[in-house]
Design a protein around this ligand. Structure first.
Ligand code: PEP
Ligand code: MN
Length: 470
């Protein structure tokens, strides 16, 4: 009886050696008993109910027969970049829609989104003097967690809209439809294909500043600030060329990764394949677990612990520090660098009572993760007329406090996470054009959370760049 309680020193050493070897190769071992479907034996939140399960099987079979959307080599590269970010050697910028819709899969909206992400990352690279890891919430950000399975519209109780991969926003489309799982794959593929084409075709080439037109920037001061920065940057590039320093091919193109919340586990596990004794989700580069689905003994954590993709975990004011440490250990037992990023979302008046204890607990456990600040989800409020909105200054305040608190703990903030769009929507208040509540109804487009518009996003990038100068 007693013996079983004694740590077996020999196997402990072997375990440590194996762990070190795994870390060196950045190879994750598949946990004992894990399969892409092992989550099915556990409680799982936020999954749709379909009226005909056989149609779901048909859709999942189709998904399993389709080719990967991304390559595992790209996934490994992102994981290594995130390991660098955790060390403070680069900075993560993640952003995109709250709920991506199939109808956003068109030339204009993809170009607009890519443009604002590239312009923001340019401002950050220049201002922060650090490489930026760009991760878009795109090409698969369809599934949405909901606080209630039904809602009342015009006096009628209907199923809530769970995102385009489950049902449609139109009242006649609210039944969960398994064919949408396959449609999600093809819309992701078409979106990702055009993103890749834009990047490799020259849309991101630093030496062609006409790609950086500012026609949406109405405010003269923002435009001047940005033009001034682009001018100085081009001078620097010209100087490098004049003195004969080799032009690196870093100028022509950029790395851009895609991500979404890994919510619908049927969909995610159908796109999970074995490669080199590991499992990769080849439907996207980076997935995160939402605030509502990170229970230690539930299906989402089970699924996420077995894949080799880098993953995020949303962390909020309800997360207990010891629970956070246990969660990271469960998700990354081999301590693969770059595997786990924490995406914190407290709200500007809760961050001070939550983040310090979270950082302290993770530091005390000797764990390395990238810390990314999501200043959006803790700062959602409703207007008197019932519109969901967020205020620019509160978003900025949470960010500013995140920078400060990390610094007080002898480390750096490693990245930011925004809900934004390249279009001129009116969903958040404030910013340099100072939108007020009455402006919101003018062009409120979001079917889910309010996003920063084009100008507010660019404003935000300049202000973040400023934090690095302090
Ligand atoms: C989201 O990122 O859109 C989201 C639902 O966030 P959270 O899980 O942090 O509430
Ligand atoms: Mn959201």
């Amino acid at each position: 009886g007693h013996r079983a309680l004694q740590p077996n020193r020999h196997s402990h050493r072997q375990h440590q050696q194996q762990q070190q070897a795994d870390q060196q190769q950045q190879q994750q071992r598949v946990p004992d008993g894990w399969t892409p479907a092992s989550w099915k034996s556990m409680p799982v939140k936020q999954q749709p109910t379909y009226s005909d399960p056989s149609q779901v099987d048909t859709a999942l079979g189709r998904l399993r027969s389709l080719p990967p959307l991304v390559h595992w080599g790209e996934i490994d590269r992102l994981r290594k970049s995130l390991a660098d970010a955790a060390e403070g050697n680069c900075f993560v910028m993640q952003g995109g829609d709250c709920a991506e819709l199939f109808q956003y899969c068109n030339q204009t909206q993809i170009e607009n989104k890519l443009k604002i992400l590239l312009q923001m990352s340019l401002v950050l690279t220049w201002g922060a003097r650090t490489p930026i890891v760009r991760i878009a919430r795109i090409a698969g950000q369809y599934g949405k967690p909901r606080s209630s399975p039904t809602e009342v519209v015009d006096g009628k109780t209907v199923p809530s809209f769970r995102g385009d991969n489950v049902n449609g926003f139109e009242l006649s489309e609210r039944e969960a439809n398994p064919d949408r799982l396959v449609q999600a794959y093809f819309h992701s593929a078409a979106t990702l294909n055009y993103v890749r084409a834009l990047v490799s075709g020259g849309f991101a080439d630093l030496r062609h500043p006409d790609n950086w037109t500012l026609e949406h920037v109405r405010l003269e001061s923002t435009r001047r600030m940005y033009e001034d920065m682009v001018g100085r940057m081009l001078d620097a590039l010209h100087f490098t060329k004049t003195i004969g320093a080799a032009e690196s091919h870093g100028l022509e193109t950029v790395d851009l990764f895609v991500s979404h919340e890994g919510l619908l586990l049927d969909y995610e596990s159908a796109l999970t394949i074995p490669v080199n004794n590991q499992f990769y989700n080849v439907g996207t580069h980076f997935l995160w677990i939402g605030d509502r689905t990170r229970q230690l003994d539930h299906g989402h954590v089970e699924y996420f612990r077995g894949i080799s993709n880098p993953i995020g975990v949303k962390v909020g004011p309800s997360t207990q520090p010891n629970e956070l440490v246990e969660l990271i250990r469960t998700l990354n037992p081999c301590e693969i660098p770059g595997k786990v990023s924490l995406i914190t979302r407290y709200g500007c008046d809760k961050i001070q009572s939550s983040l310090p204890a979270h950082i302290a607990a993770v530091q005390a456990a000797g764990i390395k993760v990238a810390w990314i600040c999501d200043p959006m989800h803790g700062n959602t409020e409703s207007t008197a007329s019932g519109l969901k909105t967020r205020n620019f200054d509160k978003i900025l305040k949470e960010l500013s406090l995140a920078f400060e608190i990390h610094q007080q703990h002898g480390r750096q903030l490693n990245g930011v996470h925004f809900e934004l769009t390249g279009d001129t929507v009116t969903e958040c208040t404030g910013g340099s054009v100072n939108l007020v509540e009455e402006d919101l109804s003018r062009n409120y487009q979001s079917f889910c959370d309010p996003r920063l518009n084009y100008e507010q996003s660019l404003d935000m990038a300049f202000l973040i760049a400023d934090f690095f100068q302090r």
